[in-house]
Design a binder for this molecule. Structure first.
Ligand SMILES: [Zn+2]
Length: 485
């Protein structure tokens, strides 16, 4: 098996090989949130793609060391704290806390570290890097006292985004109102203090000020992971100028290739349009959860489309996610029921094949496992991997229906699912039925015993209105989240 990943730098699929000579350790840097508001579902689409990548690499035996930064000083955070009338650190603290809660809701694995831009150790590293760039003639202090990167001195500038400096000049991608820069594409490494910054400032050899956003990531990545990374991820919005600038700054300091594989997640649309507050289609994770969806349902909805394809978020899509997860949970319960059954001679003779239960299909379990993983090996082909999962569910459900499956085989499939769910993390491991739902369900079971069909139907509707489904099986009533099969 070989893992192939699409590298934005080369615009090609490349076989993944980490820098570690032993081929085990993977150094991964992922651009994190700017903590001035609650992260929106587009942000989480990117974080979920990164989570899937990390989990898949780990399932293939790699040891991933991941860093995700927290941007807690920039124009937006400063503006927010001024508007709220509270100090910057106090303003960002609540959004940091919310961000970690959201990660847990979506079952996103925590990075090994979450450095914060305002950490004195990180600020010192940023100042050190800017100093190196000044010494090498790659940076200069302009009339406004801010320090800029001199992109004309870095021949590779534009290679990640695949455009050249002339294009940059003519497309007007960079606003040209900063009259004192040498080139309109030159970006700030150190922003000189001005009144709008209020008390937010640090001392530096170039006067009081604060770091630019791009240098924050270069400093935190190299401080914690070293000069060279295996994988650097983000959303496509980050390619230019943020990641282009990260390359220029870091390679300008170290003289070494900064990142081996650049990976970027495509946009998220909502109802076919770009998400925007003005269009009323702007959702934070909390907005979606408030509509009654669970973390795993949102996780599934944001993860099920290949990361390089645009994802159109819709409420029908959320219902599909709910149905898909209910189907998985229902299947697991059925496997659990079979796994708990002692091998019984009665069941064996009842088998339609007449020859009793088939031997556990271990080879089939192994091949499903390999198929699932190889789909993800190919640039995280999630649709293919989910296809393997749902085909397996269909086929094993058929065998359960036909009473062809014994306890041992069911146990083998449950183990397979545990491995799969280490990567997907969509299974409802604690499918807790709330007390009020359990009470309604019990009342309905009693009504059925009393053959009070009208009352039983009323209670079924009542359960449905609360998002639960009552099904009558040969083993009695089963309660599941609505949307199940
Ligand atoms: Zn970044």
């Amino acid at each position: 098996m070989a893992i192939r990943l699409f590298n934005t730098y080369s615009r090609a699929l490349e076989e993944f090989r980490p820098l570690d000579p032993a081929g085990r350790e993977v150094k991964m840097y992922t651009c994190g949130p700017t903590v001035y508001s609650h992260a929106h579902i587009g942000n989480f689409r990117a974080y979920l793609f990164e989570d899937l990548l990390q989990r898949h690499l780990e399932s293939r035996g790699f040891e991933v060391r991941r860093v995700m930064n927290i941007t807690d000083v920039d124009d937006k955070t400063i503006r927010g704290s001024r508007e709220a009338g509270v100090p910057l650190a106090e303003f960002t603290a609540s959004f940091k806390k919310a961000f970690f809660e959201d990660l847990d809701t979506l079952r996103i694995k925590r990075a090994d570290s979450f450095p914060e831009a305002t950490d004195p150790r990180e600020i010192a590293k940023m100042i050190e890097m800017i100093g190196t760039l000044m010494e090498r003639g790659l940076a200069y202090q302009a009339e406004d006292k801010s320090v800029y990167f001199r992109i004309n001195k870095f021949p590779d500038y534009g290679k990640l985004a695949h455009f050249n400096l002339e294009e940059l000049r003519s497309t007007g991608r960079v606003k040209s109102d900063e009259y004192d820069k040498e080139h309109i594409g030159d970006f700030a490494l150190w922003k000189a203090w001005d009144e709008a910054d209020g008390p937010v400032k640090w001392e530096s050899p170039w006067g009081e000020g604060r770091p630019g956003w791009h240098i924050e990531c270069s400093a935190m990545a190299t401080q914690l992971l070293g000069d060279q990374l295996d994988i650097h991820c983000g959303g496509v919005d980050n390619i230019f100028p943020h990641h282009e600038a990260e390359i220029a700054q870091t390679e300008g300091c170290t003289g070494k290739k900064f990142v081996r594989y650049w990976m970027h997640c495509a946009h998220l649309m909502v109802d076919g349009q770009k998400m925007a507050k003005s269009l009323g289609n702007f959702y934070t994770l909390r907005d979606v959860i408030a509509k009654g969806y669970s973390g795993p349902e949102v996780r599934y909805a944001l993860m099920r489309v290949h990361y390089r394809a645009p994802l159109n978020f819709t409420w029908e899509g959320m219902e599909e996610a709910r149905a898909a997860i209910a189907r998985v949970d229902d299947w697991r319960r059925r496997l659990g029921d079979v796994a708990r059954e002692a091998p019984s001679s009665e069941l064996a003779t009842a088998s339609p094949s007449g020859g009793g239960l088939q031997a556990p299909k271990k080879s089939q379990v192994a091949s499903s496992n390999e198929e699932f993983q190889s789909e993800l090996d190919e640039d995280l082909n999630i649709s293919g991997a989910l296809g393997v999962l749902f085909e397996t569910i269909r086929e094993t459900n058929r065998r359960i229906d036909a009473r062809e499956m014994g306890a041992e085989e069911a146990t083998a499939w449950l183990k397979w699912w545990e491995r799969v769910d280490q990567v997907l993390r969509i299974g409802g491991e604690q499918m807790q039925i709330p007390a009020e739902i359990a009470k309604l369900a019990e009342a309905r079971a009693q009504a059925r015993l009393a053959k009070d069909w009208r009352k039983s139907d009323e209670l079924r509707d009542e359960l449905a209105a609360r998002g639960w489904e009552a099904r009558d099986t040969k083993d009695g009533q089963k309660i599941t989240r609505r949307g199940g099969t």
